[in-house]
Design a protein around this ligand. Structure first.
Ligand code: ZN
Length: 75
């Protein structure tokens, strides 16, 4: 009886470890998906073209799609 109880406890322990690993892998996959999500888009103040914020040229809180449009807006 004691041995059967020990086997059951070991089986529960293994199941717990497996479920924790599975959950950890799932959350890691989820956070990686969040990182590769679409970047924030901003509209060019001159022509309205949407460009990723990281690629846009920022000046005085305005965004431009290119240096040419930044210069043109300064004008
Ligand atoms: Zn533009």
């Amino acid at each position: 009886m004691g041995q059967l109880l020990r086997i059951i406890i070991i089986l529960i322990g293994v199941w717990l470890v497996l479920s924790i690993i599975k959950r950890a892998l799932a959350s890691r996959r989820k956070s990686r998906a969040d990182q590769t999500s679409i970047p924030k888009m901003v509209a060019c103040d001159l022509c309205g073209t949407h460009v990723p914020e990281s690629e846009a040229i920022c000046e005085d809180g305005r965004h431009y799609c290119s240096e040419a449009h930044q210069k043109e807006a300064r004008g």
